[in-house]
Ligand binder design. Structure first.
Ligand code: NAP
Ligand code: MG
Length: 486
């Protein structure tokens, strides 16, 4: 008789923490204006902490309106006197240099990103930092080829770009913003998010090391008021904002009638649609990656699963089994799948939606993992039997929370997928190429993945429909918002 194979399901991984010895953080960071760190005129500083330990990492300057004004003036001076006069191929060399230094210091960047923001080191190491370097490389290549990007036009820089970014991909968002601005000949004032300023400040060190002329890139840290001061500064020609739909709407109304060009990359509520003919085990991995990747702190996260009714029971069971094996904990451990929630405030918001989902009548499921005592944590969560009118289906939660609905026909899947105020991204899982093309042409979303999810490339444009934003970043499309073509 063949012996029966048995598995000990109670095994665990030994801890594999990434070292922090090569990370050098200052106790206190000033504002990066005109090529060097300076004290804030406001005299104020705030703390940035690690969300996994709640320990302070550094004090960071809180830029007031006078500081923002200094930064914008430095950017204008650099634009007028140096950057707008430089040969495009020379500009490109500086951007290539930034890309190379980010690559050389990638480990340090990855560790700091995980410490300051709470995301697993595997993601900051394999996704955030390499993609940030790739964006600088990609746009460096465009610097002297703008005439080919827009044949028959005369592309010209706009001047000073004001850029405001969120906390979910701090270094990557800084790269998305700074690289195309510099390649098109603009100068920059960037404001990172209050809870994750450290990699942007490290990037300031890289920019100084790359010998970029003073004032071409300025980095002013602070909270929402600093962002508002930047958006409303009259010396800015273009605003690039990534963040929530609520703040995006406020910025759009602030900018009305000012003549400033702007792009808004806002929230999302992506549908991940799985047909009965899909490769189910691959789809399970894809669904897990789409929503639990980076704790669901992803604007394009696949937060709504739409599964064909015939396979719903088995798929949901497979998802639950897979969720039991997810490792939640120390972001610096290389085995960790799900790290810390970025801030206490964000954790409270997610917990509000967990309570709401139960009240709305969906069936909540969480794996039995133990959570660390200190820090901000949320178990990966799914809500089965959610319905289209539930607020957990309609509103962006921005956490590791998946809602599940079923459908019978492709028509019904499209109807449900499109029926939210957002339209940033989506996913389709099926064996049939024709079905993929049919679905992608009818889904109202800026980015749609087929039989995969959350894959990015600097050459491909990114942006939303409806309340997910205006304009595109990435690829050749990402040059246009920084140029005048007349
Ligand atoms: P948020 O609250 O809108 O903040 C985004 C940035 O704007 C932060 O730097 C913030 O400062 C600043 N800010 C706040 N109020 C402002 C104002 N009145 N004027 C100017 N700036 C202001 O968003 P978040 O919570 O940080 O980020 C999560 C959101 O970003 C989600 O909705 C997500 O979907 C979206 N997101 C979208 C994309 C995309 O490409 N579509 C990518 C990533 C994230 P402080 O936070 O420092 O106070
Ligand atoms: Mg922090």
């Amino acid at each position: 008789m063949a012996s029966k194979l048995t598995f000990d399901t109670d095994w665990t991984y030994a801890p594999a923490p990434e070292g922090t010895a090569n990370v050098k953080l200052e106790k206190r960071y000033g504002l990066f204006i005109n090529g060097r760190f300076t004290e804030p005129k406001s005299g104020k500083y705030f703390r940035t902490i690690s969300p996994s330990t709640e320990k302070k990492l550094a004090d960071v300057a809180d830029a007031g309106p006078d500081d923002v004004d200094r930064a914008v003036k430095a950017a204008r001076r650099a634009y007028d006197t140096v950057w707008s006069k430089m040969k495009p191929s020379e500009r490109g060399k500086y951007i290539f240099r930034i890309a190379r230094i980010v690559q050389e210091r990638s480990r340090e960047f990855a560790v700091i990103e995980s410490m300051d923001g709470g995301k697993p080191i595997r993601e900051s190491r394999d996704v955030d930092v390499p993609l940030a370097a790739a964006h600088f490389f990609y746009y460096a290549g465009w610097a002297d080829k703008l005439d080919y990007a827009f044949p028959g036009k005369s592309p010209r820089a706009l001047g000073v770009a004001g850029q405001v970014i969120p906390w979910n991909f701090p270094l990557l968002m800084a790269a998305w913003k700074i690289a195309p601005a510099l390649a098109t000949g603009n100068t920059v004032v960037l404001k990172p998010a209050e809870t994750t300023p450290l990699t942007a400040l490290k990037l300031a060190e890289v920019i100084a090391e790359a010998d970029l002329p003073p004032g071409v890139v300025n980095i002013v840290t602070g909270a929402g008021e600093t962002g508002a001061a930047l958006v409303n500064h009259p010396g800015i020609n273009k605003i690039a904002f990534t963040g929530s739909t609520a703040v995006g709407k406020k910025i759009q109304s602030d900018l009305a009638g000012t003549g400033k060009k702007f792009t808004l990359e806002l929230g999302g509520k992506a549908a991940n649609i799985v047909f009965e003919d899909a490769p189910i085990d691959q789809a399970v991995e894809g669904i897990i990656n789409a929503i639990f990747f980076n704790q669901g702190h992803v604007c394009c996260a696949g937060s709504r699963l739409l599964v064909q009714e015939s396979i719903a029971t088995s798929l949901v069971q497979k998802l639950k089994d897979r969720m039991e094996t997810l490792i939640v904990g120390d972001p610096l451990d290389k085995n960790t799948d799900v790290g810390a929630i970025n801030s206490r405030m964000q954790l409270k918001k997610i917990e509000y939606y967990l309570k709401l989902g139960r009240e709305e009548g969906a069936d909540m499921y969480q794996p039995a993992c133990t959570l660390p005592e200190k820090g901000f944590w949320c178990r990966p969560t799914l809500f089965d039997h959610a319905s289209q009118s539930h607020r957990i289906v309609q509103e962006e939660i921005f956490g590791p929370v998946l809602t599940i609905q079923t459908f019978r026909t492709a028509e019904e899947a499209i109807e449900k997928a499109n029926n939210t105020p957002f339209g940033l991204s989506g996913g389709v899982w099926t064996d049939k190429g024709a079905k993929i093309f049919e679905m992608t042409s009818r889904l109202r979303a800026g980015v749609i993945w087929a039989n995969t999810f959350n894959k990015f490339d600097p050459g491909s444009p990114f942006g939303g429909y409806k309340e997910s934003g205006l304009g595109r970043e990435g690829g050749m499309h990402g040059l246009l918002p920084y140029l005048s073509l007349n």
